[in-house]
Design a binder for this molecule. Structure first.
Ligand SMILES: NC(=O)c1ccc[n+]([C@@H]2O[C@H](COP(=O)([O-])OP(=O)(O)OC[C@H]3O[C@@H](n4cnc5c(N)ncnc54)[C@H](O)[C@@H]3O)[C@@H](O)[C@H]2O)c1
Ligand SMILES: [Zn+2]
Length: 333
């Protein structure tokens, strides 16, 4: 078990074996998506099944969950189970954050991305048409239950999608983790544990992203989020977008002299070997992307900010980055 410290007390991350939905107790309600509902037997509790995909992470579906909770007469004592990938986790977590000013929720992450990243740390949100995660809250789960056996049914593209975040940990914090990843047989439980331990460490130090440390988890995300928003959250998965973003931001760092020369090559090769995209045609739309990047939560007064690598395993928040440097980096990707 890993414990994650938060301002609202610590919470456990349990590696449960294949039945994490067992023994959740009374007065629970469950939110999931249609893929999971089809693949897995659900417990006999009030359940809301939503359409799969990023477009569900919206104000519209937030509203639907809230109304459903009210019709089910959920109370302050109820617990909401978020059973699914990062979309369900972020969305149901946000609903739990605002329903009756906050009820408890349990993350049961089923995608690799959710297991290594989004289920821990208490950031919950929905997307607005104007940008990713623009409405949200900090609301830590009461517990996280992980079964890596869920990964058996996860499509390969979704595995690679999660691997983008795993490589992100390698690049910003833990180059040795890279050695675990290139072994022919992947030991998922070790990989997931290692990533959660890394994330828990960062979140415990800088829960509300005020010290620049948690912002380093955003490496690749300034460009990646802009790309996702530009594509209307269709076609390109989050991990794919940040894969392209990590290459772009490595190049940007090298241009600025922040990132040690040669780091981009390491980033690019690792991601390419994983089968992740390392460039995208929409990068030519620099004006549109810059517009979106100015709305990024790290930007202040329209001044761009990026979490940039200094060397493999090290990352720092760089504020006041010149637009022309970003244009240059986008051209080079
Ligand atoms: N809160 C955070 O700290 C944080 C961190 C990283 C990412 N995120 C968010 O997470 C979201 C992406 O999460 P995601 O990649 O899990 O997307 P997702 O929830 O859409 O899941 C991806 C797809 O896999 C399917 N799926 C999930 N588990 C499955 C399983 N076990 N078997 C078969 N199919 C399965 C889903 O139905 C969906 O179609 C983004 O919105 C991103 O912004 C949040
Ligand atoms: Zn991410």
């Amino acid at each position: 078990m890993i414990r994650v410290e938060s301002s609202q007390g610590s919470y456990p991350v349990l590696f449960t074996g294949p039945q994490p939905l067992e023994g959740l107790g009374d007065d629970v309600l469950l939110v999931t998506d249609a893929h999971l509902a089809e693949l897995y037997a659900l417990p006999d509790v009030p359940t809301l099944v939503l359409p799969p995909g990023e477009q569900t992470k919206s104000l519209e579906y937030l509203g639907r969950i809230l109304s459903w909770l009210a019709t089910q007469r959920a109370s302050r004592k109820s617990r909401l189970i978020a059973f699914g990938g990062g979309v369900i986790g972020d969305l149901a977590g946000f609903a739990a954050a605002v329903y009756m000013r906050g009820i408890r929720y349990v993350q049961v992450p089923t995608s690799l991305l959710a297991q290594v990243d989004s289920s821990v740390g208490g950031k919950v949100a929905v997307d607005l048409p104007e940008g990713k995660n623009l409405a949200g809250a900090f609301h830590p789960p009461s517990e996280v239950r992980i079964a890596v056996s869920y990964l058996d049914t996860l499509p390969d593209r979704q595995i690679r999608n999660g691997m983008a975040e795993v490589w992100k940990y390698v690049f910003i914090l833990d180059p040795d983790l890279g050695d675990l990843l290139v072994e022919p047989e992947r030991d998922w439980e070790s990989i997931v544990r290692r990533c959660i331990t890394l994330k828990a460490g960062v979140v415990a130090e800088d829960e509300f992203e005020t010290k620049g440390l948690r912002a380093t988890l955003n490496y690749g995300h300034t460009v990646g989020h802009a790309l996702e928003a530009l594509m209307g959250y269709e076609g390109l998965l989050h991990g794919e977008a940040i894969s392209v973003g990590m290459v772009a931001e490595a190049l940007l760092g090298e241009r600025l002299g922040v990132t040690r020369a040669g780091t981009t090559e390491y980033v690019r090769e690792s991601l390419e070997r994983e089968g992740l995209p390392i460039t995208h045609p929409a990068l030519s739309r620099a004006d549109d992307l810059l517009d979106l990047m100015r709305r990024d939560k790290k930007a202040e007064g329209g001044r761009l900010a990026f979490s940039l690598l200094t060397a493999p395993g090290r990352c720092t928040l760089v504020e006041g980055v010149e637009e022309n440097e970003v244009r240059g980096a986008l051209r080079e990707v």
